[in-house]
Write a protein that binds this ligand. Structure first.
Ligand SMILES: *Cc1c(COP(=O)(O)O)cnc(C)c1O
Length: 527
């Protein structure tokens, strides 16, 4: 296809109108796009895909707790089951299918080498309760990865077990609370900038803290003067995302940390956007006390579709004693020891407890370490550089058409932020919204960007291309987005009905979120 950077091709949209006039099919299928009913609709409770001998009549040991009604699960043959899930999988969007521009999510390619390593039986087939002597290799992986994370962040310690970014935030704040309690200091407030990811205030509230907002400056960064004015003996910590969710580096980070420390509080850094600075900046040098690292973002372990996350938390000297157990320790003879409650001794006696039963997401540790070792220190630095380059290429390829609220203040970091505002050549047409642009992108074959976040920008569109997209892939995405944006600016009514090409059209997302129907009931289908 010829890439026409000017974007809108009216004839493409005329084709769309013609397509809508095409006759419906009797099956609901449209070529290779197959209509698929719910498993409850195609299965039957009196059918099964397996042939099991009738169970012998044995006395029940369930003490009256056995089920007394039919369970009602639909039965399908093996072939029906395989087809059902294969058809559904074809309706999914995935990073293996195309560019996934979801801002703040770092949807990068998942190298297949990592998958190979994670599937090695020595890692995949072991159990956390095996004797330590039989899992030395797995402990070595956890230890090696921990060493890399400490080196890359310039921090003293790391808690490996948190299972997601938000879980890491919880771990960080619990460490901070333990440190404050140890000095008999019951501080009650956590300060969070306006642009923060929703998990930050949620975590603080979950830990029992009162959450207060710090305003942003006109250039999208934390207002240092406002922060300093609010600091006091009641503030336990400040949570800052760096680079922040406007795609900007918080240049005042060191000054923020100095002021926070002078007030006796701690600095929590949300490290979800570490991809933009890995190998270039060590958060420890900026005065950070705790920071989670999303292995599923920066270190390419698969995510999306609810796949497992992993959110190790690096900790400063001041917080290291309060880290949760377990910890993998290397002994003088080169073997690995698991430091748990009964082995903890003095050094870990102040740890606040455990985040999880065992060690965290082992499958993500193997993948992340494979990623780190295959890139090496120089390769990781290039990851950050290329991610930033790609985001700036997008920013400058679109900012003549869409308002880039912080575009004038210089280059962005890992993601480009746009709004629905007028910026000289008109905003979106009357009645057209960011949502219409997002839905139009689906027809063009893309997962939409993050929309309406961060909240500090009206009608936000947050795009993170990551370093793994080629220039050709970026050009094609730019073409698609320019086309859709021009249609939204020109008031193309067809766009209000997008997406047209998906199995289901525009859904009532508010109703789905507020009143989700999560339980199958036969009469729901009949009505
Ligand atoms: C992704 C993200 C989180 C939460 O991480 P999860 O792994 O999804 O729990 C927190 N903050 C920011 C800025 C993020 O992008």
């Amino acid at each position: 296809m010829t890439i026409n950077q000017s974007g809108w091709r009216p004839e493409a949209n005329a084709d769309l109108a013609a397509l809508q006039a095409m006759p419906a099919t009797v099956t609901g299928n449209r070529g290779l796009m197959l209509e698929e009913a719910l498993i409850f609709e195609i299965g039957a409770t009196d059918r099964t895909g397996v042939d099991i001998a009738t169970a012998p009549d044995v006395p029940s040991h369930l003490g009256g707790l056995s089920r007394d009604a039919a369970i009602g699960l639909p039965g399908l043959s093996e072939q029906e089951t395989v087809r059902h899930y294969t058809r559904l999988s074809r309706q999914n969007y995935a990073i293996d299918l195309g560019l996934f521009p979801l801002g703040s999510c770092t949807m990068k390619h998942n190298p297949r080498l990592n998958e190979k390593v994670a599937r090695m039986p020595g890692f995949a087939d072991i159990h956390p309760l095996q004797p330590v002597g039989t899992v030395q290799g797995a402990l070595a992986v956890i230890y090696e990865l921990a060493e890399w994370l400490k080196a890359l962040t310039g921090m003293a310690a790391v808690a490996m077990s948190p299972k997601a970014g938000a879980h890491g935030e919880l771990c960080g704040l619990l460490s901070i609370r333990a440190a404050l309690e140890a000095r008999g200091d019951a501080r009650k407030v956590i300060l969070v900038p306006e642009s923060a990811h929703g998990t930050n205030p949620a975590t603080a509230a979950f830990c029992g803290y009162a959450v207060e907002n710090i305003p942003a400056t006109a250039d999208g960064r934390v207002d240092l003067a406002a922060l300093k004015a609010r600091l006091g003996p009641d503030v336990a910590a400040v949570m800052v995302t760096n680079p922040n969710t406007c795609g900007l580096f918080e240049r005042d980070m060191k000054n923020i940390a100095d002021a926070v420390h002078a007030a006796g509080a701690f600095v929590y850094c949300d490290g979800a956007n570490f991809n933009a600075i890995v190998g270039r900046v060590r958060p420890g040098d900026l005065g950070v006390d705790a920071m989670h690292i999303n292995l599923h973002k920066t270190f390419s372990t698969p995510h999306g579709g609810g796949g497992p996350g992993s959110g190790p938390v690096v900790l400063s000297e001041a917080l290291a004693p309060y880290a949760p157990l377990p910890v993998v320790k290397k002994q003088d003879d080169g073997s690995f020891l698991l430091v748990e409650e009964e082995t903890a001794g003095d050094h870990h006696a102040d740890g606040f407890g455990r985040m999880v039963a065992f060690h965290g997401q082992m499958g993500m540790f193997t993948r992340a370490l494979a990623y780190i070792l295959s890139h090496g220190a120089d390769g990781l630095r290039q990851v950050a550089e290329d991610a930033v380059l790609n985001a700036n290429y997008l920013l400058r390829s679109l900012d003549d058409l869409l308002d880039a609220p912080f575009g004038a203040s210089g280059p962005c970091m890992h993601e480009a932020l746009f709004s629905d505002a007028d910026h000289g050549n008109g905003g979106l047409a009357e009645g057209f919204t960011t949502l219409d642009v997002a839905k139009g992108l689906i027809d063009e074959g893309y997962h939409p960007m993050t929309v309406y976040f961060p909240l500090v920008v009206h009608g936000a569109m947050l795009i993170e291309p990551t370093e793994t997209e080629s220039k050709a892939a970026l050009d094609q995405f730019i073409l698609a987005l320019r086309n859709v944006a021009q249609r939204a600016k020109a008031g193309d009514e067809m766009l209000k009905g997008a997406p047209w090409y998906t199995p289901r059209r525009r859904l009532d997302e508010t109703l789905a979120a507020r009143k989700p129907v999560l339980v199958w009931e036969a009469n729901t289908a009949a009505s």
